[in-house]
Structures are given as structure tokens and as C-alpha cells.
Design a protein around this ligand. Structure first.
Ligand code: PRX
Length: 648
């Protein structure tokens, strides 16, 4: 199944000073976690975190799969990320902000402390936010977004960041599900030299419902005109100067939720993934240290948006928990030209650069020779995340961006895992293009077959995490049954339900894991996770549409793109295509539009009325149909669709 891949050894110069220096050291860590699982995690939690009150047990499995970690322990995540660094690093840059227009601003740990405390006092005193309350953050990539997240952590509120690319409708769904009483937003920000807006989407969402919302706090960033609803909206910039920069951090239990983050599943609406305080921050910090091997004077740059889990863990929580300098970029990597990303690396002497394969493919395509124009010698580690990376993109990244000197860490993880779970360690693991390599120490990731047995080499199976781990999802907000059915109902191993990621994977002859992609109805468009059920529900809102099935197909830049097969109620109207994408923009966001829409007469269904998606996936990919179509209600439908797609 897998052809033999080239192997690249870690740079020996880099390995000398790395935290994990060799495969022997890696194996010793794995061994220690296997010998005494709770001992391993308990030791890490004591070493890495600053506890207000120590925990009394490491892992409580009595209510599995609702696992509890570090019970009775008390801490505050904002103290982990800020206060404890003040003693030695108060003047160190915590956040290095690079604006769209090329201006930059360094925020020290002391300034971060003040900014977060002021915001915490504001949300507590002005808006009455208390421990356990939910706060929606709908913000651009500006330092105030970090202040807002950490301020919530400080007062014990549960934040839910909504990616700024989501529409008013998607925002409304998330607000309503969390029953948030406060929204922190901005007028907008700048992209490609022009202002763009966020506040109007908040106004629209609130016009559609969201009765729980009492206050909207608006940070002015682009100073474009906005509507202000009296009694509901207040301007952060007008209030913040007169607020105290001291705010006592709330004592939080280890298991108190830190945040909710909505993500797509194979069925229904997006689900609110719930993360804990102690377990989450522990793993955010440990993976920063191991996988990126960030050193004291390093500058770490993760290009994600704070609206996704990568932004949570590797722009905000992980780097700050370890006291690092994290770069936050407002703009896009191709403005003012295709060299922008590399010019930022040169300007700030970035040491670790972390991005998605989509961005790598795009930067390669639009600016193959751009990296050569800049001094990229500061780079030590290059990361990728979010989707499989194809070997040609990997090689360009390795050779042209990294000068064949940097390790590439292909980090596999999910919103639900909180941090990396399978990844090379840059000073230890020999790497192979397109391969996430091995589970991190402490993570019992295994590829299993349907009966829960470990798969053999080259035998594809389901990627599972057999033992609970500290940064794992703690639940789906408001829906315990969905938590169990989404993650713990597929595979039983040794009599126990194990966590199933939704991904397929395969071991190679060295035991390395290659991710083969989702096995459920989740499509990964430019690293954005979308459930086809969500796409279909949105398209179905058109009164012209009788039925729809959406699937993913391979796309050169985006990894996957959306392909919709639509049955119209009446005649085939070409302008309906445009309308379908308008609906998707409205219901979800511009990133969720379909590249291909075909109007068909019927969808392939079984006699019991189930749509045979596998057939549609094959047609979308242009593959030969090998599936048995004899069970279809009307098998002629298949040829009909093939003909329509061919003539489209
Ligand atoms: O399919 C896997 C893919 O992204 C999914 C998780 O998406 P999300 O929760 O949005 O988080 C993305 C950022 C962590 C996974 O189920 N995925 C993530 N990383 C990789 C990957 N696929 C292949 N290789 C990766 N390194």
C-alpha cells in the first residue's frame, strides 16, 4: 500500500541542544509513560504547572468516558500564562503583533498582565461576568483578542471564540448554544490594506435571537463607522484607561471548563467541544516544549487564526504557558506580495514557523522563488497542521524554506485532542515526507481494526487513542449523549470503549503512522473542518432545492473542495448555482462555498432511502465505480449522474 519513503535525519547541530535529543530519549519517555501512566502524568503536572492547591488524584476513570484529571487541584490558567513569568521575564516580549500594514508592536509579559487584568476587571465589574458564565469572542487577530481570552480565564468565565470568517447565522447558532451573556468583538480590522467589518455580523446575529446576550463590548481597531445599540453596546477603548490593572485571579478547579470551541462532526450542527483547565494547559505547554523546542530567546510564529484550535493552543495558551514570545499576525501571507510571510520571518528573526499545508501549497504556487529573497537563517523548526501534506509541498517546505536544515514537524491532532498527539520531535525523530510519524510520549494512539485489534503494517484502520489523556475533550456542551456517540461508540478494545478520531491511518514498516484522512462525512477544506450534513442543511434552505448530497473531492491547493449534487424541485436554473453559494456564505461563511455544483435528476439511494455517498464521492473524484450498485433502488441513476458530471 505505501511505497518506501525517503527518510531525513534530524540536524545534528540542532539535536545537540534539543529537549529530546535522540530516539533513545524519545523511547525512554514513552517507556516511562507505559510503565506508570499516572505516575508519568502526575510528575509532569507537578513539574510544569504552578498549583494553588495540589491535586489529590491523577486520573479518575469511574465515570468513563467522562474522565477527570488532577482532581482537587486548583490553579488559574491566566496565572500559568502570565503571572508566574513576571518574576524573571516581565520585560520579555509575550506577544509580538504584526499588523496588516507592516507596523509591529511588542507587548511584554508585564504589559500583557496589565492588559488582561484590565479586561478582566471590565468584564467582571461592568458586565457582571462570573465564574462559569459563557463569553463569545468574535475578534480579529489583534492583541485584544488574547487579552479577552485570558481575561475570561482569569475570572473563570468560559470563552467560546468564533472564527471571524463565520457568518451572522453561524455566530447566532453558537451564541444560542452557549447561552452567552457577553460578546466581545471589534468594529473590524484590516486585511490586504483595506478595512473589513465584524460588528455588523454581531448586530445581525442579535437581531435574529440570542436573548441571553446582555452586553456587547466593542474594541475599536479600524475606526470605521458602526451602529451602537444603547444599553447593550459599549466601546472598550473609551473605558479601559480608567480601569485598574490588578485583578485577583479566580481559583479554578482542574476540571473547570476553560473554553468551548465549536467544530463540525459527521451529523447535525457543529458541537461545542469542551476543554478543561489543568489538563489542557499542561499539554499545551508540554507540546510547545517538545514539538517546537522553543528556547528562551526564540520567536515562535503560528499562522492560524485564534478562531480555530490551532490558534488557541499554539498562538495563545501553549506559547504563553511556557513563557515564550508568540507572533500574532493580522494580515494574510500574500499581501502586499507573495513574500510577506518570509519577510516577517526575516524581520522578526522567527525561529519556529507553523502553518497549514494549504498555505504552503499556495505560497509555493504564487511565489516559488520568494523564500530566496529573504534571510530565513533564523528558522529551526517548521510545522504543518490540519490536513495531510503531499510530498511535493513537503519537499519545497523542507528544501526551499528550511534550507534542508530545519526539521519539519507534521503535527497530527484535532480540536478534541487539545494539542498534538502524533508528531515528530525535531531533535529526535527521523522524518518522512507526508508522515506524522509517531505518537507523542504519554499518548496511546493506535490504529485499530473494527474489532479493536492493532492493525498490521500497511493494513489501513481507524486511528484511536486508547487511554484517556489530560488535554482530551471533556464533553460536548449540553449533549452528553452526543459526546459518547461521536467519540466512544465505534471501537471497543479489551472491553472498553476507546476514543476514535474519525480519521483513517496506516502503519508503515517502521511503525510510523500516516494519516489517510477522515473516514466519516467530514470534509477538510483548506484545513477547515466542515460536516457535509451542515453544508446540506444550509443548501436545503433554498426553496428551489428538493434534495442535496455534498461530498469532498481532492483540490490542488485547498486539499479538499466541496462538491454538491443537487436535485431541484423544478427546472434546472443556472443562476441557482450562484444562489446556493450565496446561501452557504450566509449560513456558514465564505470558506464553506462549493467549487462544484451539479444538478442531477435523482440521488443514488438504497431501497431503504439512504443516500449512497460513497458512490457520489467516487463520481466527484472521477473514479471508476467499483461499489456494488445492485442494492440501489434505481441503479440507472448512477450512469445518469456520471453523464451529467462529464458534460458539466
Ligand atoms: O482529519 C484530521 C486533520 O484535521 C482534523 C482535525 O481538524 P480540526 O479539529 O479542525 O483541527 C485542525 C487542527 C489541529 C483531523 O481529524 N488533520 C489535522 N492534522 C493533520 C490532519 N490530517 C493529516 N495530517 C495532519 N498533520
Amino acid at each position: 500500500m505505501s511505497e518506501k519513503k525517503e527518510v531525513y535525519q534530524p540536524n545534528p547541530e540542532f539535536a545537540k541542544n534539543a529537549r529530546v535529543k535522540s530516539m533513545d530519549e524519545y523511547r525512554a519517555l514513552v517507556q516511562s509513560s507505559e510503565d506508570d501512566y499516572e505516575g508519568f502524568w502526575g510528575k509532569m503536572a507537578l513539574e510544569k504547572l504552578s498549583w494553588r492547591r495540589p491535586f489529590t488524584s491523577v486520573l479518575d476513570e469511574s465515570k468513563a468516558p467522562f474522565y477527570r484529571w488532577f482532581d482537587e487541584g486548583e490553579l488559574n490558567v491566566s496565572e500559568q500564562c502570565i503571572d508566574r513569568h513576571l518574576k524573571h521575564s516581565k520585560n520579555k516580549t509575550a506577544i509580538l503583533f504584526e499588523a496588516d500594514n507592516g507596523e509591529s508592536r511588542a507587548i511584554t509579559y508585564l504589559e500583557l498582565y496589565r492588559g488582561v487584568n484590565k479586561m478582566a476587571n471590565l468584564i467582571k465589574d461592568k458586565y457582571g461576568i462570573q465564574k462559569g458564565d459563557r463569553v463569545i469572542i468574535y475578534m480579529p487577530m489583534i492583541p485584544e483578542a488574547a487579552f479577552a481570552m485570558l481575561a475570561c480565564a482569569r475570572v473563570g468565565a468560559i470563552h467560546s471564540v468564533v472564527f471571524g470568517g463565520f457568518s451572522a447565522e453561524a455566530l447566532r447558532d453558537r451564541i444560542e448554544d452557549t447561552e452567552a451573556s457577553l460578546i466581545i468583538t471589534a468594529d473590524g480590522a484590516f486585511r490586504k490594506g483595506k478595512p473589513y467589518m465584524l460588528k455588523p455580523a454581531v448586530d445581525k446575529a442579535l437581531q435574529m435571537g440570542c436573548l441571553s446576550v446582555k452586553n456587547v463590548c466593542v474594541v475599536k481597531r479600524n475606526f470605521e463607522p458602526i451602529e451602537i445599540v444603547e444599553g447593550r453596546d459599549t466601546i472598550y477603548n473609551d473605558l479601559i484607561d480608567n480601569i485598574s490593572s490588578e485583578c485577583e485571579a479566580e481559583a479554578m478547579q482542574s476540571e473547570d471548563p476553560l473554553f468551548l470551541l465549536y467544530t463540525s462532526g459527521s451529523t447535525g450542527k457543529p458541537k461545542g467541544v469542551k476543554h478543561s483547565s489543568a489538563g489542557y494547559i499542561l499539554w499545551a505547554q508540554m507540546t510547545m516544549e517538545w514539538v517546537f523546542d522553543v528556547k528562551d530567546n526564540d520567536t515562535f510564529w503560528c499562522t492560524a487564526d485564534i478562531g480555530w484550535i490551532t490558534g488557541h493552543t499554539y498562538i495563545i495558551y501553549g506559547p504563553l504557558a511556557m513563557g515564550a514570545t508568540t507572533l500574532m499576525f493580522e494580515g494574510v501571507p500574500t499581501y502586499p506580495d507573495a513574500g510577506r510571510a518570509w519577510s516577517i520571518v526575516q524581520k522578526h528573526r522567527v525561529n519556529q514557523f507553523y502553518t497549514a499545508p494549504t498555505a504552503i501549497r499556495m505560497l509555493h504556487k504564487v511565489g516559488e522563488s520568494e523564500p530566496a529573497k529573504y534571510d530565513l537563517s533564523s528558522l529551526k523548526v517548521l510545522g504543518t497542521v490540519g490536513e495531510p501534506i503531499d510530498p511535493p509541498a513537503w519537499k519545497w517546505y523542507y528544501e526551499v524554506v528550511g534550507g534542508s536544515r530545519c526539521s519539519i514537524v507534521d503535527t497530527y491532532w484535532q480540536t478534541e485532542t487539545g494539542g498534538h498527539v502524533i508528531s515528530p520531535l525535531p531533535g529526535a525523530t527521523p522524518i518522512k515526507p507526508g508522515c506524522a510519524t509517531l505518537p507523542l510520549p504519554g499518548i496511546d494512539a493506535q490504529i485499530l481494526d473494527e474489532s479493536g485489534n492493532r492493525c498490521a503494517t500497511n493494513q489501513g484502520g481507524k486511528l484511536c487513542i486508547v487511554k484517556p489523556w489530560p488535554s482530551m475533550i471533556r464533553g460536548v456542551w449540553g449533549d452528553d449523549d452526543r459526546f459518547i456517540s461521536s467519540y466512544f461508540s465505534d471501537i471497543i478494545k479489551d472491553g472498553k470503549s476507546v476514543y476514535f478520531t474519525g480519521d483513517g491511518a496506516v502503519y508503515d514498516e517502521d511503525g510510523y503512522i500516516t494519516i489517510t484522512g477522515r473516514v466519516d462525512d467530514v470534509v477538510n477544506v483548506s484545513g477547515h473542518r466542515l460536516g457535509t450534513a451542515e453544508i446540506e442543511a444550509a443548501i436545503n434552505k433554498s426553496d428551489k432545492v428538493a434534495e442535496v448530497a455534498a461530498v469532498g473531492r481532492a483540490h490542488e491547493i485547498k486539499g479538499e473542495s466541496l462538491f454538491a449534487f443537487v436535485v431541484l424541485k423544478q427546472s434546472r436554473a443556472e443562476d441557482e448555482k450562484l444562489k446556493i453559494n450565496t446561501i452557504l456564505k450566509q449560513e456558514i461563511g465564505a470558506f464553506a462555498t462549493c467549487d462544484d455544483i451539479v444538478f442531477v435528476e435523482a440521488l443514488p439511494k438504497t431501497r431503504s432511502g439512504k443516500i449512497m455517498r460513497r458512490i457520489l464521492k467516487s463520481i466527484a473524484k472521477g473514479e471508476k465505480i467499483t461499489q456494488d450498485i445492485s442494492t440501489l433502488e434505481d441503479s440507472s441513476v448512477v450512469q445518469n449522474i456520471i453523464d451529467i458530471v462529464a458534460n458539466n
